[in-house]
Ligand binder design. Structure first.
Ligand code: PGA
Length: 219
């Protein structure tokens, strides 16, 4: 069996009480067989310390990921959260999500700086691309292919097309490619069974803990 990454991207949702309900709903994860499956949760910065503590206490097999990171090291950058701060709580960082590229005008130069700072601190970068032509910064091993038409629309890419794009992206530097865009418990397996797809990045369908557990089981 190939390794499969299943990443929950909560985006700008949830406060502590919602996170607690979600954790109750995924408690089953500590008992099911997850060999080859890596479960990653990307909550807002505000929830990272809280979730770190709760996940450790419950011994849940979930790694944490930040949804963003500063392009700078520690210093006078009001409002920024830097990689050194993130790594206290998380092992992964999402960089280049299309919502950041579009709503926050994040361009390639800025994204490269974010990747570099994260790599310097030993964080694992999950770099999001919208197609096979997006430039991936050096040394990035985990890439999420997320076509914009599929994000939050309920319309996925076809598994065949996603697999072809993933194949092109994966060719270099032994990269692993995830698919993201309207993945649900019903559609996940059509993607993860493809040769070149090593997992999924799930937004909307990850917000309900029970649905997320089904996604993990079906992946
Ligand atoms: P979606 O979001 O699953 O709600 O389409 C995916 C993403 O933006 O990472």
């Amino acid at each position: 069996m190939k390794p499969v990454y299943i990443v929950a991207n909560w985006k700008s949702n949830k406060i502590e009480k919602d996170a607690l309900l979600w954790l109750d709903d995924v408690i089953e994860l500590s008992t099911i067989d997850l060999s080859e499956k890596t479960i990653i949760l990307a909550p807002s910065f505000t929830l990272l310390p809280f979730l770190r503590k709760e996940i450790d206490q419950r011994k849940l097999p979930i790694s944490l990921c930040s949804q963003n990171v500063s392009p700078f090291a520690q210093g006078p950058y009001t409002g920024e959260v830097c990689a050194q701060q993130v790594k206290d709580f998380a092992h992964y960082v999402l960089i280049g999500h299309s919502e950041r590229r579009t709503s926050f005008a994040e361009g390639q130069e800025l994204l490269v700086s974010k990747v570099k700072r994260s790599q310097e601190e030993g964080l694992n970068v999950i770099f999001c691309v919208q197609d096979q032509n997006t430039i991936v910064p050096e040394g990035v091993k985990l890439i999420a292919y997320e076509p914009t038409f599929a994000i939050g629309t309920g319309i996925t890419d076809t598994p065949d097309n996603a697999d072809s794009v993933a194949k092109i992206i994966a060719q270099k530097e032994s990269r692993l490619v995830l698919y993201g865009g309207s993945v649900t418990a019903q559609t996940v397996n059509a993607f993860t069974q493809k040769e070149n797809i090593s997992g999924v990045l799930v937004g909307g369908a990850s917000l309900q803990g029970k649905e997320f557990v089904e996604i993990i089981k079906n992946a």
